[in-house]
Design a binder for this molecule. Structure first.
Ligand SMILES: [Zn+2]
Length: 131
């Protein structure tokens, strides 16, 4: 509950609603949704564990200035809700992070970048699971 309030505050502060409006207008981004199994996975494991996974994935797969397999590091299959959220929110690779979030390529992500990206991912997951 506290986390939910925090996200609401955060999304107003960072104006994430504007970003999410844009994502909804993109045919490609808005085609991604969590399936039933992924939603159940979120409910069974709890939001804070999913958030921990999101931190791990972002740190491992996106943080380096030159991530391994950049552009292909995020599976499109429903193997983890965070991956689907990344495609839906344009946080799947460094090129998309630049295009959608104006985070420069070819430099390591800062702690602030990482927490911002995780917040975007988690906002998507919370909203998907709420409907
Ligand atoms: Zn991408």
């Amino acid at each position: 509950m506290i986390q939910l309030i925090w996200w609401m505050w955060f999304s107003m502060y960072k104006n994430l609603d504007y970003l999410f409006d844009g994502l909804k207008k993109s045919k490609f981004r808005s085609s991604f949704h969590l399936n039933k199994k992924m939603k159940e996975y979120v409910k069974e494991n709890g939001i804070s564990l999913i958030e921990k996974h999101a931190y791990n994935f972002v740190n491992e797969r996106l943080k380096p200035a030159y991530p391994r397999n950049d552009g292909k590091q995020t599976p499109m299959r429903q193997v983890h809700p965070v991956f689907i959220a990344q495609h839906a929110t344009g946080t799947c690779c460094r090129r998309c992070l630049y295009k959608w979030h104006k985070i420069p390529m070819y430099r390591e992500l800062t702690e602030d970048d990482v927490s911002y990206i995780v917040s975007v991912i988690m906002k998507y997951i919370v909203e998907e699971c709420a409907v």
